[in-house]
Design a protein around this ligand. Structure first.
Ligand SMILES: Nc1ncnc2c1ncn2[C@@H]1O[C@H](COP(=O)(O)OP(=O)(O)OP(=O)(O)O)[C@@H](O)[C@H]1O
Ligand SMILES: [Mg+2]
Length: 241
């Protein structure tokens, strides 16, 4: 039997996913800098909060909340029009800025670690249906060993699953890389992985690398970021599943 799907709000992308994300799944958006990871993940909470009346939590670790609200305006997403009870943007970036150097961030008492994030999630667990963590990169600075970071990421995954929410995590990959994640571990913890890339002469291309438990379009498809939001050119694709 087909499970109901969680619509992402990104035009064309849900069709590529055969309807949307699976409920209670953890989904990774990987991409080079400036490919639209933040706008993708914002569209996901906008769809939930504004269009479906679901409670959403957005944890930002890189950009400030004001900056995100401003950037979203330029692509036609008005976050200020959403009921404050439905969309909460938690600005962990503000905490991060207090710690100026990489060494300070890596200190054992640095607040930006996965346990802090898990505590924040549990404290705010009042029927939240959608969660975004944008991005995972600052969290990695706290760990000297990749194995430690991996173990903590799995604890984050477990917490997200326990909360019965559908989540989106973002991660950055280098420009010329063919990898689907930055640390080579985030993709294993995710139920779905989508890669955003800027390809010479083709423009922005989106590829769904995997989606556990469901079929999906595997070919890269063009997407656009315009003043009217995000759009995946699925209708240009000739042989849908
Ligand atoms: N009004 C607009 N019209 C067209 N494209 C836009 C507009 N505003 C932003 N963009 C595009 O969106 C990109 C930024 O999107 P976003 O901040 O979501 O990327 P990101 O992948 O999260 O970046 P970062 O890695 O820096 O966090 C810009 O590089 C630009 O190409
Ligand atoms: Mg971003």
């Amino acid at each position: 039997m087909d499970l109901p799907r969680v619509k992402t709000g990104v035009e064309g992308y849900d069709q590529m996913l055969n309807g949307g994300y699976l409920p209670n799944s953890v989904n990774l958006i990987s991409g080079c800098s400036g490919t639209g990871k933040t706008l993708f993940s914002i569209s996901f909470v906008y769809e939930g909060a504004k269009n479906l009346g679901e409670k959403c939590l957005y944890l930002t670790l890189e950009e400030g909340a004001d900056q995100i609200i401003q950037n979203c305006k330029s692509v036609g997403i008005d976050l200020e029009s959403i009921d404050k009870d439905l969309l909460m943007i938690l600005d962990i970036a503000a905490v991060r800025k207090l710690y100026t150097s990489r060494e300070e961030l890596g200190r054992p008492d640095s607040p930006v670690d996965i346990q802090t994030l898990i505590n924040l999630l549990k404290m705010n667990n009042f029927g939240i249906k959608r969660i975004v963590v944008d991005s995972l990169m600052p969290l990695s600075l706290r760990y000297k060993e990749l194995s430690e970071f991996r173990a903590e990421l799995f604890r984050l995954r477990m917490t997200l699953k326990e909360m019965q929410a559908t989540s989106v995590l973002t991660t950055e990959i280098p420009l010329s890389s063919n990898d689907v994640s930055r640390f080579g571990i985030e993709d294993f913890l995710a139920d779905s992985v989508t890669v955003l890339k800027t390809v010479e002469e083709k423009g922005n291309m989106l590829r769904i690398h995997k989606q556990r438990g469901s079929d999906h379009i595997r070919e890269p498809i063009r997407y656009e970021i315009t003043g009217k939001g995000l759009k995946v050119s699925y209708d240009e694709f000739r042989s849908p599943i």
